[in-house]
Design a protein around this ligand. Structure first.
Ligand code: DUC
Ligand code: ZN
Ligand code: ZN
Length: 475
């Protein structure tokens, strides 16, 4: 049989998009989808996807890689290990953060992260920025110029002493976002409320990792969510509330949406699989530090609320908030360090999850009948692409889109275990979790980069993606 025009034909899979599912062959030429039809002619390369779902490659819109920390702890993933873990988990694009350190030029920080990522990425990559020092130079010149250069989203923090912006600063940053059509992502937890709770708990001798969950009370998240929404209303700017953990902040988002505001929302695997009980470890021991992240996991009522939100559209995207720290690391650079053992407030905040995000949502959501496969694709690929200015190049299966796919075995049962994973961290908070549904092959612009857990490309081939304005926030 002679070979047709396609470099690659993926044959006979069930193609799932955010809108529908159908059986088709997919033709790929030059890294782009060029045909979707029954019975395509033989391609130069052929992949049999019979019995599998063919999904758009996962887009994890919230990951932290190779970020410096202020306290001597070390992030467990650089761009190489973090993106290797991402492709093993079925992702083809990730959006890490450029962390602006106070006193630094934002432009210089962006260039520094390009150097960190250069030649190391197995996925395509694009950067959000973190604005921690909104100086006149940053607000007046650097930020507008960077947005125009395709860095069209940035995060602000309402907590952490070294990152928090006060209300005047938040309003000033939001105003730049409105003028430049950028998308602001908000870490909504009230700093003073958390510090008050921390002092009170420490005075009572409550210093174990578990008390992180009490210090970072849901009330503080609710209050900050409402404050962020009020500032967004005043400045007339769309915002994304990231890593929403439970019912109370969700109600604030729903309140704003009912009034016609453009408030978008993200939630994460930890808020459907973990609860604050996990932070107790074994008998309130230090094992609980493995689950310390901010906002912390809440309770089963909040998990139920998150599921309602994933179903009813309160949540637009489902991201990992992959923020990996070692547990035990040499020279006390991990969570289990001497200072952290004196108080929960010194435990690095963050958990790994870029590799397990898709299988957890598929298993708990699709396999358990809570959401459809189409909604799964919307939450994990199409909406992240639309929200962050990558659509339709990324996030869908259509003629002209990049040939990024995850071949998905919806019936594969796997027990998540550290030994299976490719991340740099020395543990997974999901150890022992049984999932149904697993990525068996990841294809980036027509090239297979992962097959059955093995990284199959010789060297990292990920590209940097310059983004447009958000199609959801500024249609
Ligand atoms: N916020 C994040 O987005 N990730 C980890 C820690 C945090 O506070
Ligand atoms: Zn955050
Ligand atoms: Zn994060």
């Amino acid at each position: 049989m002679s070979v047709g025009p396609h470099d690659l034909v993926i044959r006979g899979g069930t193609v799932v998009t955010a809108a529908d599912r159908f059986t088709a062959d997919i033709g790929v030429t030059g890294g782009v989808i060029t045909a979707l039809a029954a019975d395509l002619p033989k391609g130069a390369e052929e992949i049999d996807a019979g019995g599998l779902m063919v999904l758009p490659g996962g887009i994890d819109a919230h990951v932290h890689l190779d970020q410096p920390t202020s306290d001597g702890t070390k992030m467990a993933d650089d761009f190489e290990s973090g993106t290797r873990s991402a492709v093993a988990g079925g992702n083809t694009t990730v959006l890490p953060f450029v962390m602006q350190e106070k006193g630094s030029s934002l432009r210089a920080c962006v260039e520094e992260y390009h150097r960190k990522a250069e030649g190391k990425c197995y996925t395509d990559v694009s950067f959000h920025m973190v604005v921690s020092d909104p100086s006149p130079q940053v607000l007046g010149q650097e930020l507008p110029a960077l947005v125009r250069d395709g860095y069209t989203s940035f995060k602000v923090f309402m907590t952490y002493d070294d990152l928090v912006l006060n209300d005047a600063e938040l309003l000033a940053v939001f105003d730049v976002a409105r003028r430049e059509k950028a998308l602001v992502m908000v870490h909504a937890e009230g700093n003073d409320a958390i510090k008050y709770m921390t002092t009170r708990l420490e005075q009572e001798g409550k210093t174990a990792p578990y008390f992180h969950a009490e210090a970072h009370a849901q009330i503080a998240e609710r209050e900050a969510t409402h404050r962020a929404i009020s500032h967004a209303q005043l400045t007339d700017v769309p915002v994304v509330i990231v890593h929403v953990s439970g019912r109370d902040p969700m109600e604030q988002i729903q309140w704003a949406r009912k009034r016609g505001m453009k408030v978008f929302a993200e939630t994460c695997p930890q808020y459907i699989t973990l609860t604050k009980e996990d932070l107790k470890g074994l008998n309130m021991d230090f094992e609980g530090a493995k689950y310390v992240c901010s906002p912390p996991p809440r309770d089963t009522d909040s998990q139920a609320a998150i599921w309602e939100g994933l179903r009813d559209g309160t949540f637009d995207i489902f991201a990992s908030d992959h923020c990996p720290f070692f547990f035990d690391a040499p020279a006390e650079t991990g969570k289990n360090n001497a200072r952290a053992r004196t108080s929960f407030k010194w435990v690095p905040n963050g958990i790994p999850g870029v590799e397990t995000r898709l299988s957890i949502l598929f298993s708990e959501g699709v396999s358990q009948g809570r959401i459809s496969a189409e909604r799964f694709v919307a939450l994990t690929a199409s909406n992240p692409a639309r929200l962050y200015g990558l659509y339709p190049k990324k996030g869908t299966i259509a003629i002209g889109s990049d040939a990024d796919f995850t071949l998905w075995d919806a019936d594969r049962k796997v027990t998540i275990s550290q030994s299976l994973l490719h991340h740099g961290a020395d543990y997974t908070p999901y150890e022992g979790l049984q999932v149904t549904g697993w990525p068996v092959r990841t294809i980036l612009r027509g090239q297979t980069v992962m097959q059955e857990g093995e990284i199959s490309c010789r060297k990292p081939g990920g590209a940097y993606l310059k983004r447009g304005v958000s199609g959801m926030a500024y249609p």
